[in-house]
Design a protein around this ligand. Sequence first.
Ligand SMILES: Cc1cc2ncn([C@H]3O[C@H](COP(=O)(O)O)[C@@H](O)[C@H]3O)c2cc1C
Ligand SMILES: O=C(O)c1cccnc1
Length: 344
Amino acid sequence: MSEAYAPTGLPFDDIRRLVANMPGPDQEAVAAVRARDAELTKPPGSLGRLETLVEWLAAWQGTGTPAIERPLVAIFAASHGVTARGISAFPDSVNRAMLDNFTHGGAAINQLCNTYGLGLKVFELAIDQPTPDIVVEAALSEAACAATIAYGMEATANGTDLLCVGEMGIGNTTVAAAIYHALYGGQPQDWVGPGTGLDAEGVKRKAEVIGEAVTFHRAGAGDPLEVLRRVGGREIAAIAGAILAARHQRVPVILDGFVTTAAAAVLHAMDAATLDHCLAAHCSAEPAHVEVLRRLGKPPLLNLGMRLGEGSGAAIAAGVVKGALACWRDMATFATAGVAKKEH
Ligand SMILES: Cc1cc2ncn([C@H]3O[C@H](COP(=O)(O)O)[C@@H](O)[C@H]3O)c2cc1C
Ligand SMILES: O=C(O)c1cccnc1
């Protein structure tokens, strides 16, 4: 039996207020970027999506001279009690080991941050205390969920100007799929995939687990924050907080893959405009990601067949955004270079 849904009015109200009072895009900044772009030594439009990426940066940084001086990859790490049901190809012990790996520079994300000149910060969310098994209990109380969202807001505290959100947490593709199933309906198998590498039997078991969890928590299905606290997890809650804080502090956000997008989907279900400052880095190999991105109206920048997490796809997208900005900022204009403009 699921527990009765009895909203208390507190403390999710603070989160709802942040969603209700979001700043919009700076259209003057966009116009300034377009005006300079028109003068650069290239055929108009020839840099394709790179051109709109610079407009996006300007719109959400709120300046006609966008800059990327302190880009940050924030990884949120958490553990999930639902792993006891055999829904990941890897054990929980990987979480602690990977945190050590991040610290020592041995993970994929370390190499990508070095390559593209990005800062890296790992937020550990009590990984030695997994959240309860979502099949029989809510992952978080309302107070703990709201507090974790608030904690995620620390991601922008050190003055970053481009935030990439990522995660680490064995079992969290199950949690993400449960969020999608709870938000969007359909069948559990519409939202599951192999994650770290489950075989067909494992994927079937994962779908059953997701079906049971969402059925148990069906009383919360109408409220995205209830979905988050019941079938989500700490890293997903913290990422939602990071996305919201970034919006209020005028920091554009790059979403990573299937798991981080679940936090974005919760916010989008509250108000579609919450993600206007967010770029979908890539389409994950996790099969349902393409449908989720379609629902969010977020065409992915890249499609590299990646299914790692850690913010890895977001880091590569940040490299592309840095390239786009460098062209806009440092290219010569037709006037300064003495290049003839288009005649016909
Ligand atoms: C060594 C290793 C490094 C990782 N880095 C990210 N993930 C990714 O895999 C996990 C989610 O997949 P599932 O739901 O199947 O457990 C998350 O930790 C995610 O960040 C990793 C997984 C492993 C094994
Ligand atoms: O796309 C992702 O975020 C992903 C996919 C598989 C495993 N971990 C993360």
